[in-house]
Each structure stands twice: as C-alpha cells, then as structure tokens.
Design a binder for this molecule. Structure first.
Ligand code: AMP
Length: 431
C-alpha cells in the first residue's frame, strides 16, 4: 500500500511528503480508509506504530473543507508531553493546510491558551485543563465533528475517566465521529468504548497486545542495592545510542540522572516535579542528542517521540505489563531495532512472569560475567572497590563466585534459563 492510495487532498499529501513518510504503517493502512469513510474507530495500537498519523491525516483531510477557526476536532491525551507531540505532528503533517492546532494542558499560563483557542481548528488537550476552559467558557466545542481519545488506557490508569465523562457531557451529541486509541483494552476501556462509539464501529489493530517485534528483551537479575552499579556497567559495556532509563519514582529519576551525569554521561531526568520549561528542555535536549541518557518516570515519559532510542533500560520494573509495553514502545520504532533491558530483583518475580506472558516468548536472562554481584550495600556506587571484589571481578574465582551468587539469588527463574545465564553470556555478546 502507498500513501497515494488514500487519495488525500493535495495539501495533506504534501504534508506526508514533508514528514518523509513513504509507506503507511500497518495501523495507518487499516485505520485511515475507515476514518476517512467517517466510521467510528477503535484502534488497538501502541506508541511507535504510527498511530498518531493514522488519526491526524484523515482529520486534516476532513477539516480542509468547511468552516475555519472553529474547533472541529478535539484530541484528548493523558500528558502534556503527548499533547505537545500530537500538536507537533499536526503542524508537520498539516503544514500546507492552514489549519491551526492549539494545545491545552496544565502547568502553564491559561491566558495564552485562551487566545489560541479563539482561532483553533483542532484542540489537543489534557482532560483537567480542558475542563477548566469549559467551565470558564473559554472554549467553544459546539462545532465539534471529531473526537479522539488517545492512549485511553493510560488516561484510565491516571484516573482521568471521570474528567473524560464530564467533558463528554459538554460535547454536542449529533454527527460526531469518535476515535479511540489504546495500547491495551482493560475492561474499563471496553466499557468506555461501548458508551462512546457507535455500535457498528470498526476495530483496527496493529499486531496484538504485545510489543513490537523490532525490540529485543533481556532481564538482568541483580540485588536492589547494586542496580546503579550494574547500570553503569551496562552503559559502559554496551554500544549505546540514545538511552531512556525508567525509574519508579520522581525522586529516583532525578537522583539517577545526577549520578549518571557525575559518572560522565550526558544525562538528564524528566519527572513530574520539573517545571514545564525544564521538562521541555530535557525533552528537546534528548531529541537533539545534547543528552544521551534520559532518566524518566512513566508518566513524564508519555509522548516521548525520539525515533532513535537504541535502549530502554528499566532500572525499576514497571508496575504492570501494559506499562512495560508502553515503556519499550520508545525503542524499536519505525522499523529500527531496539533493546529493552530490565533489571529484576527478587521481589519482582510476579511481574517478571506477567511480562513474560504478555511478550509471549521467554525473555533471555543475562548475567554480566565481569560484574561483581557480591558487593555490599556500602560500596554500591563502585562495586570494584568492595571487600568481596578483591576477588577481581574478571578473575576466575570472581567469575565463579558471580555465577554462584546469581544462581543462588535467582533460583526462582526457570531452572534451564537460570543455568544458561548463570554460566555467563560472554560480555562481548552484550556489545
Ligand atoms: P507514533 O506511533 O504515532 O508515536 O509514531 C511513531 C514514529 O513513527 C513517529 O516518529 C512518526 O513520525 C513515525 N511515523 C509515523 N508514520 C510513519 C510512516 N508511515 N513512515 C515512517 N515513519 C512514520
């Protein structure tokens, strides 16, 4: 299939060319014709599949003709970063259309948004701030034709469903086309879809609820206090491009970003405690290559669209298998290959099993032959200085002891795999 087959109006085709897209992705091939026919669509697709263009292009095509400077399309997204990303995609793909998009999210002044809303054709919004505008009557949604809920499962995880339902109650009911995109379909999202979409809506899916197959997965068993040391070892011994590291908490993201910077990496962190300007700075710096390593929390990382992420490293295992899919959706994008490393501790065994189930194939478990798995908490920042590490990590005794430690600590892993990895995947294989 070719983009020409969609018969987009020339300004939209020009946008596709400007973006440099030559072949539609599977979700685009499946969704675009149905959206252009005016159908309600439920798209099951994760980030990295090209789902944004799958709804943005048909929306631009539709809005090209008809009333201008009235909000005719509303896109709801869970985070400012994702809203900003969608807005940028609209600007890029709509460069020849003259249509205007405005973003609406909290954490920045409201007045500028009020001004932009007056002349917007498309609004990309996070639910909370949009409700503010609705209550202040600074947004007129009476001309709405298309509603998109993007990353609906994430909006649900973040507790936005009540806000979304409130927003829906303010939208005109007639003649609305509704598109709902989600990486996973928990029961709450299925219910929402049942309420929102026409009965005869179309369901399109890019792959199944599993991560893109352009990603290699590996688990790294390690004691909790050695995670930072192992991360440094991994970064030092792996051929890395842009690396996205995930932590569970904001505090840890900040701390780890600082530690990596001290260790000589061009690194920064992205977490919810930062001002909007600093978030943007971190994001832009990561995109431009100024920062090689970005340490982020799940929520802050939504919408990060950097096509060249070579490695996603889960410093902390995610809380749900869905979150795992979202995280690693940042690498292996648009046909590139990517690596997803996850550090696992003894407490993570349930989640490890759940993630394995979602991925559908056994994940390789790796032990670094030259890493000192015995270092005590006291020496966590530099394992090579540990008392136990006086058995030089690379020495035969050190290696043997490493295997024993890794085997002993993680004997809950499948025996065959534990044995395999405990016998050491040569460090060279990690390069
Ligand atoms: P998304 O899943 O919307 O976040 O898109 C992931 C990445 O793929 C973004 O960087 C898009 O610009 C890019 N992309 C989307 N559609 C295409 C396409 N047809 N060809 C190449 N890249 C694309």
């Amino acid at each position: 299939m070719n983009f020409k087959d969609f018969s987009f109006h020339p300004p939209i085709a020009a946008g596709v060319a400007a973006a440099g897209y030559s072949t539609p992705t599977p979700i685009q091939t499946r969704a675009i014709p149905r959206v252009m026919q005016g159908c309600d669509v439920m798209g099951l697709a994760q980030t990295g599949t090209g789902k944004t263009a799958a709804f943005v292009l048909p929306i631009l095509h539709r809005l090209l003709h008809g009333r201008r400077r009235a909000v005719r399309a509303l896109i709801l997204a869970p985070t400012r970063e994702l809203a900003e990303q969608i807005h940028q995609d609209i600007e890029m793909l709509g460069i020849k259309t003259g249509l205007r998009s405005a973003t609406v999210y909290g954490g920045v002044g409201i007045q500028r948004q009020v001004q932009l809303l007056k002349s917007a054709d498309i609004v990309v919004a996070c639910p909370g701030r949009l409700l503010d505008h609705i209550h202040r009557q600074t947004v007129d949604l009476s001309h709405l034709e298309v509603l998109v809920l993007d990353e609906a499962d994430q909006m649900f995880d973040m507790g936005f469903l009540p806000d979304i339902r409130r927003i829906l109650s303010h939208l005109p009911q007639s003649h609305r086309q509704t598109l709902l995109f989600s990486a996973t379909m928990p029961i709450q999202i299925r219910r929402l879809a049942g309420d929102l979409l026409e009965k005869k809506h179309v369901r399109v899916q890019a792959g199944h609820e599993a991560p893109a197959d352009t990603v290699n997965h590996a688990f790294y068993p390690v004691a909790r206090h050695l995670k930072t040391a192992l991360l440094l070892e991994l970064l030092g011994n792996t051929h890395i491009g842009a690396v996205l590291v995930f932590t569970r908490t904001k505090h840890r993201a900040r701390q780890l970003g600082e530690k990596l910077a001290k260790a000589g990496y061009r690194s920064t962190s992205l977490q919810g405690n930062l001002s909007q300007a600093r978030r943007q700075n971190a994001m832009n710096g990561f995109k431009s290559g100024k920062y090689q390593v970005l340490v982020a929390t799940d929520i802050a990382a939504r919408g990060i669209d950097v096509s060249k992420v070579s490695h996603v490293i889960n410093y902390d295992i995610p809380g749900t298998p869905e979150a795992y899919i979202h995280r690693i959706g940042r690498t292996g994008r648009a046909e590139r290959r990517g690596e997803a490393f996850t550090m696992i501790t003894d407490e993570d065994r349930q989640m490890v099993k759940a993630i394995q189930r979602v991925i559908g194939v056994p994940v390789e478990q790796r032990v670094l032959a030259d890493f000192n798995y015995h270092a005590s908490a006291r020496v966590k920042a530099n394992p090579c200085r540990g008392r136990r590490a006086q058995q030089r990590p690379g020495s035969r005794t050190g290696r043997k002891a490493n295997r024993r430690a890794a085997k002993g600590a993680f004997d809950w892993l499948s025996p065959r795999k534990a044995k395999l990895s405990a016998h050491g995947i040569p460090a060279a294989d990690l390069l």
